[in-house]
Design a protein around this ligand. Structure first.
Ligand code: SF4
Length: 76
């Protein structure tokens, strides 16, 4: 079994994309097309949205194909 995933990062979060889990519900595309655009490469572009909106959209992914974690705060 493959465990392929890609990661995308902005200053706040790291997003994990596991395409083998995707159910193609398109919740992500409908929720925030500027960030999740299957017609673009790369199809995820975190700089096109606010972290709060990205998190909300990922939380609506029914399959777990999209997930995220908050980045560790920078040490001083
Ligand atoms: S919301 Fe999740 S399951 Fe639906 S298309 Fe996007 S990544 Fe795939």
């Amino acid at each position: 079994m493959t465990d392929f995933h890609k990661t995308y990062q902005n200053k706040d979060i790291t997003v994990f994309w596991q395409p083998e889990k995707c159910l193609h519900s398109a919740n992500c595309v409908r929720g925030l097309r500027a960030v999740f655009d299957p017609g673009r490469k790369p199809w995820i572009e975190l700089s096109e949205g606010e972290t709060e909106d990205i998190v909300r959209t990922i939380n609506n992914c029914p399959s777990g194909a999209l997930s995220f974690e908050f980045n560790a705060p920078a040490s001083i």
